[in-house]
Design a protein around this ligand. Structure first.
Ligand code: NDP
Length: 385
């Protein structure tokens, strides 16, 4: 049996762990090419040894000596820095899982795209920041993007075999996050500890905060806009607190197809790893009778303005979505560090979008420069706050 090869960008994170859990269950079917992290050299080395990776890369070069030491005698290459990350992503692999958090994942993801690879894309910020630059590169290099975000994976499955011409609307479901029933006064006092405690999903800190602000759903709206080109006006969001229906596609004949499943990222990840086949996961089957009822309600953009801001950015184009993403990353980091109140995250994003309106980027270099400039300006806004 030929083993399939895999590169995992962001191996030490939450998506990384879910991916490796699936690979661990069928070790004989997989060969691991590259595993990457930012600075967590100890965990990365442990994983590289367990999976017999060809190369382990830390993006933060300061962590390279620790990685080298931890891999001494293993025969596994150790590398560090931005160029090493890109080089690792360029190595041949049957599938590349893009699971770095934030725009930091853009350059290695684009490197895999430029090699025409098949990419399981969890790193939504890369697509939100690069937009048309990324989708054009996918088309130019004959790469394949498999959506790994549970909502986009659901839509991808519901679209299978159908033409966009027949789609009336696509609806992304949102859990609403841990604060979905909080008043504006309560939201003003929300702490990082409360924000990262998601009711349904176990995820990294940044996406957990995004879920609490609803920026996660807004970023997903922009992501869907690029992945499924049916037009922004056909993309909807609905709050579905149980996170069982992961998204839906409505067709012109009135049929709505939905994908349901447990709130466990191993399901959409498995769908990408095995695509176009299927593979087993250890997830407990859905027990709809035990769940009893599934509920839905319209989002509240007064308490959670993020989805409105994301829609406006998507309407404005590539520069606006890159600025929005950078501002949100800076604001979330400040909130997690205790320097910015929860409700100021969206305010700061809206302020930066109003003040910084650059030209739309046309190359990867443009996106990276725009992202860097937006971060400098976002940090300056923070100082003023
Ligand atoms: P985590 O924070 O758990 O993990 C992030 C990973 O990225 C880690 O391996 C981390 O390394 C690495 N990393 C962080 N910063 C950098 C950097 N500057 N350069 C290179 N690598 C870096 O995130 P998640 O796994 O939760 O999320 C990953 C992506 O997947 C995000 O884009 C998120 O939106 C998306 N996603 C996540 C879901 C989830 O359930 N978690 C669901 C759907 C999408 P280190 O450990 O060394 O810091």
């Amino acid at each position: 049996m030929t083993r399939r090869s895999l590169t995992l960008l962001g191996a030490t994170g939450s998506i990384g762990a879910s991916t490796l859990d699936l690979i661990r269950r069928e070790r004989d079917k997989w060969r691991v090419v590259a595993l990457t992290a930012n600075g967590n050299a100890g965990e990365l080395a442990k994983l590289a040894r367990e999976f017999g990776a060809e190369v382990a890369v830390v993006a933060n070069e300061a962590a390279l000596p620790a990685l080298r030491e931890a891999l001494a005698g293993s025969g596994i290459e150790a590398a560090g820095g931005a160029a090493a990350l890109v080089e690792a992503a360029q190595r041949p692999a049957d599938i590349t899982v893009a699971a770095i958090v934030g725009c930091a994942g853009l350059a290695p993801t684009m490197a895999a795209i430029e090699q025409g690879r098949t990419i399981a894309l969890a790193n939504k910020e890369a697509l939100v920041a690069a937009g048309e630059v990324m989708t054009a590169a996918v088309a130019r290099h004959g790469a394949t993007l498999l959506p790994t975000d549970s909502e986009h994976n659901a839509i991808f499955q519901c679209l299978a075999g159908n033409s966009y011409d027949h789609v009336r609307s696509i609806t992304l479901t949102a859990s609403g996050g841990p604060f979905r029933d909080w008043s504006l006064d309560q939201l003003a006092t929300a702490t990082p500890e409360q924000a990262v405690k998601h009711p349904n999903w176990s995820m990294g800190a940044k996406i957990s905060v995004d879920s609490a602000t609803m920026f996660n759903k807004g970023l997903e709206l922009i992501e869907a806009h690029h992945l499924f080109p049916v037009g922004l006006e056909r993309l909807r969001i609905i709050v579905h607190p149980q996170s069982v229906v992961h998204s839906m596609v409505e067709y012109r004949d009135g049929s709505t197809l939905a994908q349901l499943g447990p709130s466990d990222m191993r399901v959409p990840i498995a769908s990408c790893l095995a695509w176009p086949e299927r593979m087993d996961t250890p997830c407990a089957p859905l027990d709809l009778a035990a769940l009893g009822e599934l509920t839905f309600r319209a989002p509240d953009e007064v308490r959670f303005p993020a989805t409105r801001l994301c829609r406006e950015a998507a309407e404005a184009g590539g520069a606006a979505t890159a600025v929005l993403n950078a501002a949100n990353e800076v604001a979330v980091a400040a909130f997690l560090a205790g320097h910015l109140p929860f409700t100021r995250i969206a305010v700061m994003v809206e302020e930066l979008m109003a003040r910084y309106v650059p030209a739309n980027p046309v190359s990867l270099g443009d996106v990276i420069a725009l992202d860097a400039e937006a971060r400098v300006r976002a940090r300056a806004l923070l100082e003023l706050a």
